[in-house]
Design a protein around this ligand. Structure first.
Ligand code: WAQ
Ligand code: MG
Length: 257
């Protein structure tokens, strides 16, 4: 589902469900589109696509760690450190953080999708710098959604953005050639972001931007050895991925500069 107002993105959601649940699900997502944001959308698109069940990749969600940081500047410093640990070159880290902060689209605005960046050279590899790469066709297994939401609720991670970002990052971490993802929201009031990597999992950072800042985005850092751009993008855009089981939840850590 995606909803827009005056040509601008308002809200969106991705789900994978059984055929018999589709009518109720499209109704629920339309309801969400109508009530989720401050504005009433002027367009709501619900697209239903058939997936071949035998081609769905079944996977586990990454473990979750929350890093408590005193301010967004410290958060960005920590993000840089986590990205370097994952294999992103230092000069690429600083340039990438600056690019997200300034607005990565050609007009200096927010992109709809993600940037794709070479971990060593910093080169941008997404085919369209305005749109970016949109990850789609991933979800929690239908029977396990309620249990996961309850688990996240219990540890104070009940905000819908957490589950959605966790599932998106979970799929990104399965993509061929990925070394890390960096993300923070473009929602002015949502300042928590994350760095995800195959080894460290989903590492939330409580502050990655100043409250009120309308910039945000995602960067997928890749290792170009044996990497195929079309294969990478086809996986992210088209392969169905369903997540099972409960992610590990690590104790909150504190980061002081
Ligand atoms: N595929 C690729 N990039 C996307 C997608 C997608 N499906 N959806 C959004 N983006 C990009 C796009 O540039 C957005 O501007 C940016 O990411 C941010 O999207 O654990 O809510 O949906 O507390 O605003 C992370 C932390 C929240 C959650 C991220 O992102 C937590 C968030 P948003
Ligand atoms: Mg957003």
């Amino acid at each position: 589902m995606r909803a827009t107002c005056c040509g601008r993105h308002l809200s969106g959601a991705e789900r994978i469900s059984r055929v018999e649940d589709i009518p109720a699900l499209t109704a629920a997502l339309t309801e969400r589109a109508m009530s989720h944001s401050a504005r009433i959308p002027d367009e709501v698109h619900c697209t239903v696509e058939r997936l071949d069940a035998s081609e769905i990749l079944h996977a586990e969600l990454p473990d979750i760690t929350t890093w408590d940081v005193p301010a967004w500047q410290a958060g960005r410093e920590l993000a840089g450190r986590l990205l370097k640990n994952a294999g992103v070159a230092a000069h690429v880290v600083s340039r990438s953080l600056a690019c997200l902060a300034e607005g990565p689209a050609p007009d200096g605005g927010v992109m709809r999708g993600a940037m794709v960046v070479d971990r060593l050279s910093g080169e941008r590899l997404e085919p369209d710098n305005r749109r970016g790469v949109r990850v789609s066709r991933m979800d929690v297994a239908p029977d396990e959604r309620v249990a996961l939401r309850n688990l996240l609720d219990k540890v104070g991670l009940g905000h819908h953005r957490v589950l959605e970002a966790l599932v998106l990052a979970g799929k990104v971490l399965k993509a061929p050639g990925i070394v890390a993802e960096l993300c923070w929201s473009d929602a002015p009031d949502y300042v928590t972001g994350y760095v995800a990597s195959p080894i460290e999992g989903y590492q939330r950072i409580t502050r990655l931007k100043e409250t009120g800042d309308p910039m945000g985005g995602r960067i997928f850092f890749i290792d170009r050895r044996n990497w195929d751009r079309d294969e990478f993008i086809a996986f992210l855009e088209q392969r169905g991925v369903l997540f099972h089981g409960k992610p590990g939840i690590n104790p909150t850590r504190t980061w002081r500069v």
